[in-house]
Design a protein around this ligand. Sequence first.
Ligand code: GLN
Length: 196
Amino acid sequence: MKIGVLALQGDFAEHITMLKRLGVETAEVRLPAHLESLDGLIIPGGESTTIGKLSVDFGLLEPLRKFGKKHAIWGTCAGAIFLSKDARRDQPLLGLMDITVARNAFGRQVDSFEADLVIGPLKQATNTTAPYHAIFIRAPIIESVSGKAKIISTLPDGRIVTAMQGKLLATSFHPELTDDLRFHEYFLSLAKLRNK
Ligand code: GLN
């Protein structure tokens, strides 16, 4: 099992640390050739416009789209925006997931917050029942899901913060900034699935 982390901008190092704690082989992805032999890819939090523009500059946009048609990809925060079909602004997107997102939906940096979430598939994959403590930093909201995308978790008020489509996963929050390995463990279970 080898998992890549898109390492153009953002908190890719934190994802790599989590994966190493789970004993997984990792690779930093900056060029199309780095996608070879990977079982899955994580797109970190950061700034989605920057991640998008750098992906264009490094010739990664099409190779990433192709990769996501077969393999597991998980986007956290800015990564979730980059996976979406529509971010209500003109910026490069992978368009792999049938989700519409609203960037910075909770306000500015000072409006960052934490919340305990109940996440069904996480419970099943890791055989635990404790709620998941999620960290939101200038987070997007998943405004709507369509097509094959499914809602996986919401805030108590119903706003969508996790969605999934086959082996593609989008979270508004940052599991890489916690001590809780369960989300990464769950992603590994998706990466292991043979076909979508
Ligand atoms: N606000 C950022 C964006 O719109 C995302 C923030 C994050 O990844 N923590 O791209």
